[in-house]
Ligand binder design. Structure first.
Ligand SMILES: [Fe+2]
Ligand SMILES: [Fe+2]
Length: 385
């Protein structure tokens, strides 16, 4: 099944098309001031960046009513979906999603319920008729400004939850999903007479992100721990990586050849991921730009006021090219924030600074204690004399 988006997107009259990728939202029940911070960010992004479409990058809404210890009802999930998407739907901006690992946590069938709630919003980009593993797998064509020729394509794929073999790690994209991508890509190429450049959106990053890093054994505050098959090793940024590496990419437990299938088909010029809350880098591997998008939500760990959105700009006159960069909460609001510690303002690696500060204070307290103690002993000895 082809599974094409029901929404017809086209470049604007000036030949531009702007997409916003919105990293993990981790929306919570009930509404709190943390949600308010995220909504301020989303509203400011919609108002100031004027996107033509937005994609939520997974780990979307809370599916449990924790206060009552039961699954959330459809209406409770819909309430969260409306909250998340209103900054865009109220401005007639189409919204798409890819599901994250938390969206598929047990009971997994709730993912379908969440999808059904997104289907209730206007101009929802996804459809769910691929017939392969996952929910909401589809492709979204972008036509030229006259609306006739398909110039660009967006793939939206559900990258799963936990490792399929039961091991302690994240899922890999299944064989049937890769096969669906390949045959759909072939059909699009045949219809258009040539390969249509595309961007791939999915939650869990591909293993090839580690090719943007360099293994290191040197102790330094900027190194990160490897994850998944890279566990036990340490890495630092490589020369091709632009942006910020805050944590080891939490890639699938197994490399199932998804990246190689993109290379084989030749349409994917960039891939955009969520999942890693602190990473916001980009870098090219074998001609494909791999982009991490920092979380937008404020209810989970992150780098505080670096919460932001990824802008992706396309140009009708430059098919196969894109420009991308991050815009942050603090770019709109400075340090005005209800839910994030002011300590996060100090630096990207605030947690390291925190440890360093504690260490310095501890050392200063130790030196003071030793000095005071020594003086007291000396005074005591003098008195005895
Ligand atoms: Fe997440
Ligand atoms: Fe995740």
């Amino acid at each position: 099944m082809r599974c094409q988006s029901p929404v017809h997107l086209r470049f604007s009259e000036d030949g531009k098309f702007r997409i916003l990728a919105l990293g993990d939202s981790h929306e919570k029940l009930p509404f709190t001031e943390k949600t308010e911070d995220m909504l301020n960010l989303l509203n400011a992004a919609a108002e100031n960046l004027h996107p033509d479409a937005v994609i939520f990058m997974g780990d979307l809404v809370q599916r449990e009513n924790e206060a009552e210890n039961r699954p959330a009802t459809d209406e409770e999930m819909y309430e969260q979906v409306v909250r998340l998407t209103t900054p865009f739907t109220s401005r007639n901006i189409p919204v798409g999603i890819v599901f994250g690992n938390h969206d598929g946590d047990p009971p997994a069938e709730l993912k379908k319920n969440v999808f059904a709630q997104f289907c209730r919003i206007p101009r929802f980009l996804n459809t769910d008729e691929s017939g392969v593993t996952g929910v909401g797998n589809c492709f979204v064509p972008i036509y030229d400004h006259s609306g006739e020729k398909m110039l660009f394509n967006l793939w939206l794929l559900d990258s799963g939850s936990r490792a399929q073999d039961g091991s302690d790690g994240y899922a890999w994209v299944d064989d049937d999903q890769i096969a669906w991508y390949e045959r759909t890509c072939d059909a699009i190429t045949a219809e258009n007479g040539s390969v249509v450049p595309s961007i791939f959106f999915q939650h869990i990053p591909v293993c090839e992100e580690y090719r943007l890093l360099r293994e290191t054994t040197i102790l330094n505050p900027y190194r990160v721990k490897g994850m998944s098959m890279y566990k036990g090793k340490y890495f630092t940024r490589g020369p091709e990586l632009e942006g910020y590496l805050g944590e080891g990419p939490a890639v699938p437990a197994k490399n199932n050849g998804q990246f190689d299938s993109w290379k084989k088909k030749g349409d994917v010029i960039a891939a955009v991921f969520g999942h890693d809350h602190m990473n916001r880098f980009q870098g090219e591997v074998d001609g494909i730009l791999l982009c991490q998008t920092q979380l937008t939500g404020s209810t989970m760990w992150g780098d505080g006021l670096r919460q932001g959105v990824r802008v992706i700009d396309l140009d009708e006159t430059r098919p196969g090219k894109l420009a991308t960069y991050m815009v942050y909460y603090r770019d709109f609001f400075g340090t005005k924030c209800k839910s994030i510690s002011p300590y996060n303002l100090l630096s990207d690696r605030w947690h390291i600074n925190f440890k360093v500060t504690l260490g310095v204070l501890g050392a200063a307290a130790g030196v003071t204690a030793v000095t005071v103690g020594t003086k007291a002993i000396v005074r005591g000895l003098k008195k005895k004399k």
